[in-house]
Design a protein around this ligand. Structure first.
Ligand code: CP
Ligand code: NVA
Length: 316
């Protein structure tokens, strides 16, 4: 029986570096428990009467729908707030927005650009703030990814994850998440597209203490060799649309395809946070082939986030 960890109550969920292995394990256990309850039709209204405000400054399918459905399954409600329609879009400060929303809602989820914006929001808000993606982090996605890996591999510790593509928000959060749970990680990017240097150096320091291997390379074969999990993401993230064409050339040798996957472990699983561009960062045969678990992964956004919502918005 997992003991409720009330220390999460009113805690912001902005980046995985703020959480311990024990915290992540607790959230994964909670996600597994509530997933089983939902599949069996057992009600679990831990957030009855609570409201989540969701601010979106970028587009979303999975994040919006999984948070909204998650709040409904937990007995609460979610309100979708597009920044185009908020006074935020007309110059009201993020701090004032946070103070006002805190008077109405019990939690705020935001998808925005700079990570400094979510930090400013969290500083001013009196409710917990959850990161639904910034330019540098996507921690809810990585919690769902860890849940998916655990379900398919039965463990997290001792596995090797490789991420091949752009050193973006996914690469940064995967680095933080993998090292926390004791998973080796290798990242291959074209030169100049490496993950955030500050995050890499913090993660390397932590990895040295726990004997986890972290490799940052420009060689996709080095990264994928013997990998248990093969991961990629789009080559041009939201906000980088102008670079799309230039990036197609720069990243062309970094596609996940059958030839590259010959070097992975025979039982590898393929993950992608989605949305995917078939035949750009991943070939159709891998994306839709037997190793791909991308739709289990997308489903797990719901279950992982319900664990975050329950932990941060209820007292256990
Ligand atoms: N993976 C992910 O965050 O998807 P959305 O952009 O659709 O929310
Ligand atoms: N790196 C992508 C992730 C989308 C879920 C982006 O930021 O657009």
């Amino acid at each position: 029986m997992i003991q409720p960890n009330t220390s999460f109550y009113n805690t912001d969920f902005l980046a995985l570096h703020d959480f311990s292995k024990k915290d992540i394990t607790y959230l994964l256990d909670e996600a597994i428990t509530m997933k089983a309850m939902q599949k069996k039709g057992i009600p679990h209204p831990y957030l009855a009467g609570k409201v989540l405000g969701m601010i979106f400054e970028k587009s979303s399918t999975r994040t919006r729908v999984s948070f909204e459905v998650g709040m409904l399954q937990l007995g609460g409600q979610a309100i979708f707030l597009s920044s185009n329609d908020l006074q935020l879009g007309r110059g009201e400060t993020i701090a004032d927005t946070a103070c006002v929303l805190s008077r109405y809602v019990d939690g705020i989820m935001i998808r925005t650009f700079g990570h400094d914006k979510i930090e400013e929001l969290a500083e001013a808000a009196s409710t917990p703030v959850i990161n639904g993606l910034t330019d540098s982090h996507h921690p809810c996605q990585v919690l769902a990814d860890l849940l998916t890996i655990l379900e398919h591999k039965g463990t997290l510790q001792g596995l090797k994850l490789c991420y091949i593509g752009d050193g973006n928000n996914m690469a940064n959060s995967l680095l933080e998440g993998a090292v926390k749970v004791g998973m080796d990680i290798a990242i291959a990017t074209p030169p100049g597209y490496e993950p955030d240097a500050t995050i890499v150096s913090a993660v390397m320091e932590e990895a040295a203490k726990t004997q986890v291997e972290v490799v940052i390379t420009t060689d996709p074969v080095t990264a994928i060799t013997d990998a248990d999990i093969v991961y990629t993401d789009v080559w041009a993230s939201m906000g980088q649309e102008d670079e799309q064409v230039q990036r197609l050339t720069k990243f062309k040798d970094y596609q996940i395809n059958s030839a590259l996957c010959q070097h992975a472990s025979a039982q590898f699983i393929f993950l992608h946070c989605l949305p995917a561009h078939r035949d750009e960062e991943v070939s159709g045969e891998i994306m839709d082939g037997p190793h791909s678990v991308v739709f289990d992964q997308a489903e797990n956004r719901l279950h992982a986030q319900k664990a975050i919502l329950k932990a941060t918005m209820s007292q256990g």
